[in-house]
Design a protein around this ligand. Structure first.
Ligand code: KIV
Ligand code: NA
Length: 265
């Protein structure tokens, strides 16, 4: 299949074609999600919560993002690979952001994502000038959960909506190729999308964005709890639990293995 390239994101917006993004953290699942035709695989710092057992994205280290990004990039044949810059790896300024982004590009990221509004414009500009496409992320930004006071919808009220529109304008002017809108009221996300020079990708931001992103394990129904903004498109967690139960039963009852699974002398 033809590789997805960064220019396709703008092209698809022009064509009115919704873009399909999912997170991925390892080669095993990235291969499946890529074969399913997902346009963009985001190696999210949600790897911290989803895979590594942390209770937020804040502990995630750049080294952990490097391992995950390398694994996903090696498995993918078509999807664009975007990797998150984790908390603490870019906020000091454009130089730090560039050094961190380079590590992710070296292991196969086609673009990087960072959180924040106009205060990140300088970092976006430097990465873009260095040849690294940048995806921005506004609205609820999980790395700022302590400042934001919990998981809360962002952009409510006219002043906040206007500020978000201006943030996106400045990020796009600095070179951002797309912007993730997380937990933004539906009408605000529609206004931001209308005003944005670049594609918007929503998560908890309604249908009037240029694409959608979900954490793959939420999408697939891997866990018991599902956030309001996600839909379970499968019950993969239960399917895996049942497979492991069946395997255990088969081993304990000597129903597995049988001759077809062993080797004769
Ligand atoms: O890390 C992540 O999963 C993300 C998406 C939810 C946008 O940043
Ligand atoms: Na993230």
């Amino acid at each position: 299949p033809r590789r997805v390239r960064v220019h396709h994101l703008a092209q698809w917006r022009q064509e009115g074609r919704q873009q399909v993004w999912l997170t991925a953290y390892d080669a095993l699942t990235a291969r499946i999600l890529d074969e399913a035709g997902t346009d963009v695989l985001l190696v999210g710092d949600s790897v911290g919560n989803v895979v590594l057992g942390y209770d937020s994205t804040l502990p995630v280290e750049l080294d952990e993002m490097v391992v995950a990004t390398r694994s996903v990039a090696r498995a993918v044949r078509r999807a664009l690979v975007v990797a998150d810059l984790p908390f603490g790896s870019y906020e000091a300024g454009p130089g730090q952001a560039l050094a961190s982004a380079v590590r992710l590009v070296k292991v196969g990221a086609n673009a990087v994502k960072l959180e924040g509004g106009r205060q990140r414009a300088d970092a976006v500009r430097m990465l873009t000038q260095a040849g690294i496409p940048v995806v921005a992320h506004v609205g609820f930004t999980p790395q700022s959960v302590n400042k934001l006071g919990g998981f809360r919808v962002q952009g409510r009220g006219e002043a906040a909506a206007e500020a978000m529109i201006e943030d996106v304008r400045l990020l796009a002017e600095a070179g951002a190729v797309a912007v993730v809108l997380e937990m933004v009221p539906e009408p605000v996300a529609a206004r931001v999308t209308e005003a944005s020079p670049v594609p918007t990708i929503g998560i908890g931001a309604g249908a009037r964005c240029d694409g959608q992103v979900l954490v793959w394990s939420d999408m697939a129904g891997m866990t018991d709890w599902t956030p309001r903004f996600a839909r379970r498109f499968g019950e993969v967690g239960q399917a895996l639990r049942e497979a492991a139960q069946d395997y255990g039963e088969a081993v304990r009852s000597a129903a597995f293995p049988t001759a077809e699974h062993w080797f004769d002398s």
